[in-house]
Design a protein around this ligand. Structure first.
Ligand SMILES: *Cc1c(COP(=O)(O)O)cnc(C)c1O
Length: 380
């Protein structure tokens, strides 16, 4: 079956008792057993909950993995992965990773005696050189944030496996509609479900999909032991979000490409970073590993100062001035003062985050309205 059919039908059988075509939200924390010591499918909602299970089954199927686990947030999902490691292990991560992941690896995971090195995952030779004998996890993001860098997942999987490490991919920007890392050799896929999976800026959630049953079991052990699981209401919203994910993402990609092409020609725009543009350094790889679209995230630099960019992000009327991404409403932000403000100036420079940079999350509004909104903001 096709992706969009599975998104609607897998894990979503009608309720066997009532025939309701939408399953009820199971809020029970505990489940009555028939005999002492003989367990039914569910016993306690941290360990397993029918609403969460249903969402996990759908998302694992869409990613082509052996099993899925849903968490309270994307960071809780990533933390579950790092919690599988032991003191003395090493993590190699791409330099364009999400700021919260950077903080987790450098300030929390490090406390357990696990060291992290960052290296440029877009240059595979340099990235491979940063592998150590004790590297147990390689962690990448593609497209990366906020420069929209593209990392070749299949090559990273080969590199990690040769070194005896697992490859984890934060695929939040790509969504399973555009990229399925497990098919490219990744061991673990992570999503901030807060973004495209939820898709409406109304929930926090995270997901892991494991490529094998063994890895799923190891992750499940950590998830159950540490308890940062997704609640049933969020699981219901995420399962609902998946049903329209393909339609939303395809349309958002289409509008994003139109906006990127329009911005390229704008006299006040110095450069546009969007993997769908032939001028983007990662375009050829993106065209291979992203199917039917290049995502709906982009960044561009205004030809001007920090203050000029600040004025633009504060002048849009449809694009809301906010961090986060992936929802039906378009968002605009200035990385230097918002999403990446915690980096010091030297770190921002090292990561290519310029003062004039503006990041867009393109939503589902009409292209013409979004274009006109950016035009008036840039004209001020
Ligand atoms: C938002 C985000 C996260 C963190 O997810 P939360 O749900 O906010 O915890 C991780 N990676 C990427 C790429 C994100 O955009």
């Amino acid at each position: 079956m096709h992706f969009r059919t599975r998104a609607i039908h897998v894990g979503n059988d009608p309720c066997p008792e009532t025939g309701a075509v939408v399953r009820p939200i199971h809020v029970a924390s505990t489940f009555m057993q028939l005999e002492a010591g003989k367990w039914r499918d569910f016993d306690y909602s941290r360990s397993g909950n029918p609403t969460r299970s249903s969402f996990q089954e759908t998302v694992a199927n869409l990613e082509g993995g052996a099993g899925g686990l849903a968490f309270a947030s994307g960071m809780a999902a990533t933390h579950c992965v790092t919690s599988m490691l032991n003191a003395g292990d090493h993590i190699l991560a791409g330099s364009d990773i999400y700021g919260g992941t950077y903080r987790l690896l450098h300030h929390i995971t490090s406390r357990a005696g696990i060291e992290t090195t960052l290296a440029d995952s877009t240059h595979l030779d340099a990235f491979a050189e940063a592998i150590r004998p004790n590297t147990k996890l390689v962690w990448i993001e593609s497209p990366g944030n906020p420069r929209m860098t593209i990392t070749e997942i299949a090559a990273c999987a080969e590199m990690a496996h040769k070194a005896g490490a697992l490859l984890g991919v934060d695929s939040t920007f790509a969504t399973p509609v555009l990229t399925r890392p497990v098919e490219l050799g990744a061991d673990i896929v992570m999503h901030s479900a807060t973004k495209y999976i939820g898709g409406h800026s109304d929930l926090m959630g995270g997901v892991l999909v494991a490529a094998s049953k063994e890895l799923y079991d190891q992750l499940y052990f950590v998830a159950n032991a540490t308890g940062a699981i997704m609640g049933p209401f969020e699981a219901f919203l995420c399962a609902r979000g998946l049903k329209t994910l393909e339609l939303r993402v395809r349309e958002q990609c289409r509008t994003a490409l139109q906006l990127a092409e329009w911005l390229v020609d704008h006299p006040k725009v110095a450069c546009v970073r969007y993997p769908g543009l032939a001028t983007h350094p990662g375009h050829a790889i993106a065209a291979r590993q992203m199917e039917g679209g290049f995502g709906a995230m982009m960044s561009f630099d205004v030809d001007g100062s920090f203050e000029d960019a600040k004025r633009v992000v504060e002048s849009t009327k449809l694009f809301h001035l906010a961090v986060s991404l992936g929802a039906v409403e378009s968002l605009i932000e200035q990385p230097a003062s918002m999403s990446h403000a915690s980096y010091d100036a030297a770190d921002r420079a090292k990561h290519g985050i310029t003062d004039g940079m503006i990041r867009l999350s393109v939503g589902l509004e009409a292209f013409e309205d979004l274009r006109d909104d950016l035009a008036q903001a840039l004209a001020d």
